[in-house]
Design a protein around this ligand. Structure first.
Ligand code: NAD
Length: 541
């Protein structure tokens, strides 16, 4: 029996290790990279705790060396998808009725397993499978994953203790029930931490999930699933279903037991899931909760008088870290004529010093983009700019997919603020700058606010406090994560809860209590001690 009352305090963020040459973490990571590079593993489905090998397989390759197969994975068919729905349903009641501190302790154990026992393994898998350099992998696969888990325990603690008033002759309480049904967790390729959190925030609140991982992130995602199991996630609470998103999505959204979708990925996919839910609305037992974080067209707005060197560093890191494949990556920049030349010179210098290649070589700042479809799509934008008289390539513009999907960080300058690359999400290492007349700040802020359908992240650089305040206010709805004198990427759990509105999603702020609250359906219970025995009001007697 556990009748203790826990109050989980806010934790510290997991420290980012340095990986200096010869450090213990560097030595064990290098060994693990070597080991994973010389093996091809087999990835099954995991349904109700059982591994299932369907025989219908696909390959997981290294984006930076696509001839190398890291894993053969098994794809779910209709039978397995239905099995997963049944497994999630039958795990639901037991998991939901556990003392919540049992769930909390499993979350904390997962975090500790990741940061201690499996740090190297998860980093190596993320580096090799998703082509991230050491730092990008460390802040994602290890630190952010652990932060999500640990902070969620503390946020859950706050939610559970939020209780209504009671007064004479009554006792009231809120029971934070899990949703009545299953949660469909659909994860993107670009963050191992997001894949974990899309499952673990509903699971923390007592739900069971069916997890559709992105095929290109399967290596790290499978290792995560193994860690969940080792930490004590019971069979059926998370069901791991690699395979075709469209097939899995259509069967799960037509289940009457669908209670929620926790999604991160592109707008097209989220919109199609939302439409399937709308088409099935009459069939559901409850209205499914739809939580989705989608695309972005994130901006940097530079005010006259900003420090050029700070702008250049913020723009380069913000646009090109992880090859621009962060939903928060800067991809359009508004910059006054007075400082454009200095920023340009600094950025060209950065582009010369930032090396490109596979993540096994720690000196490479830039690695490969995720796959061929993505490579071709990004290249089509670069070619469009090369062939336009409204744009010029400032640096980069080269690419090669013979060995790996490499695209050099590319900066475009355009004379048209509505140029295609200023408006559409590219999701690659391409930043477009529009240089404006210093006297046209207001008009340019309006342009920035109205140019793209998204509202995810944005940054303003400037030294004039009143101008910065004006930009913050004019761009109020242009970004859900807004930065002042900083790059628009790198949100940290507990410090900058993440998400945007407009076309960027439902803005339920991953890494905060707002997200967790979506995974409960509270029941209010009132108990009356001495119930009335009459129906007339006092003044009627
Ligand atoms: P994607 O939409 O192609 O895939 C996401 C997931 O959906 C994958 O697991 C995929 O297999 C699955 N899927 C595809 N079609 C499906 C369907 N019909 N039904 C169910 N599942 C389906 O996205 P991606 O390429 O993996 O990720 C990149 C996108 O994610 C970008 O648009 C980026 O902006 C966005 N993203 C947003 C955030 C955020 O917080 N806003 C964070 C990371 C990524």
């Amino acid at each position: 029996m556990n009748n203790s009352i826990y109050n989980f305090k806010l934790p510290e963020n997991e420290p980012v290790l340095g990986y200096l040459s010869g450090s213990p973490e560097r030595i064990s990571l290098e060994k693990e990279i070597e080991r994973q590079s010389s093996t091809t593993i087999e990835i099954p489905l995991i349904i109700g705790g059982k591994k299932i090998f369907t025989g219908n397989t696909g390959k997981v390759v290294m984006p930076h060396k696509h001839s190398h197969t890291l894993a053969i994975y098994h794809k779910a068919g209709e039978k397995e998808i239905k099995m997963a729905i049944d497994a999630a349903k039958s795990a639901h009641n037991d998991w939901n009725s556990q003392n919540w501190t049992t769930r909390a302790s499993i979350m904390l154990k997962i975090a500790d397993l990741i940061t201690v026992k499996y740090r190297a393994k998860l980093n190596a898998a993320t580096m090799l499978g998703q082509s991230k350099n050491i730092y990008q992998s460390e802040i994602d696969a290890v630190c952010e994953t652990a932060d999500f888990l640990r902070f969620n325990v503390s946020f859950a603690s706050e939610i559970y203790k939020t209780q209504p008033l009671s007064s004479f002759n009554q006792l009231n309480r809120m029971e934070y029930r899990a949703l009545e049904g299953i949660v469909f967790a659909v994860s993107p390729f670009n963050f191992t931490s997001i894949a974990s959190n899309l499952n673990m925030s509903p699971v923390m609140m007592g739900n069971s999930t069916i997890w559709k991982p992105a095929t290109t992130a399967l290596l790290s995602n499978y290792y995560l699933m193994e860690i969940f199991i080792e930490a004590g996630i019971p069979p059926g609470v998370v069901n791991f279903l690699p395979g075709s998103g469209a097939k899995i999505g259509s069967i799960i959204t037509s289940s009457s037991d669908l209670a929620g979708i926790h999604f991160t990925g592109s707008n097209n996919t989220f919109n199609s899931l939302w439409k399937s839910v709308a088409n099935n609305l009459e069939n559901y037992k409850s209205y499914p909760r739809l939580v989705g974080e989608t695309g972005g067209k994130d901006f940097i707005f530079v005010l006259p008088g900003a420090n050029a060197d700070e702008v250049a560093a913020g723009a380069y890191s913000g646009a090109f870290e992880y090859q621009g494949q962060k939903c928060s990556a800067a991809s359009r920049m508004y910059i006054p004529e007075s400082i454009w030349e200095s920023v340009k010179i600094d950025m060209i210098e950065f582009s010369q010093s930032a090396k490109m290649g596979g993540p096994e070589n720690p000196l490479n700042f830039v690695n490969a983009v995720i796959d061929e479809a993505s490579f071709d799509n990004i290249v089509s934008y670069i070619e469009y700019a090369k062939n336009s008289d409204k744009a010029e390539i400032v640096f980069g513009g080269t690419y090669d997919k013979s060995t790996g999907y490499f695209i050099s960080p590319t900066m475009i300058k355009t004379s048209d603020p509505h140029f295609k690359t200023m408006e559409e999400e590219i999701f690659g290492p391409v930043l477009t700058a529009y240089v404006y007349d210093d006297s046209e700040v207001e008009q340019t802020l309006d342009l920035c606010n109205t140019t793209s359908p998204y509202g995810l992240t944005g940054a303003v650089f400037g030294n004039d406090r009143m101008e910065v305040v004006k930009a913050c206010s004019k761009l109020q709805y242009a970004a859900g994560n807004f930065y002042i004198n900083d790059k628009p990427t790198g949100a940290v759990v507990g410090k900058q809860p993440f998400g945007g509105s407009r076309g960027s999603g439902t803005n339920d702020k991953a890494g905060g209590e707002f997200n967790l609250i979506r995974w409960v359906s509270p029941r209010t219970v009132k108990e009356t001690f001495i119930p009335p025995k009459d129906i007339l009001y006092g003044y009627m007697k």
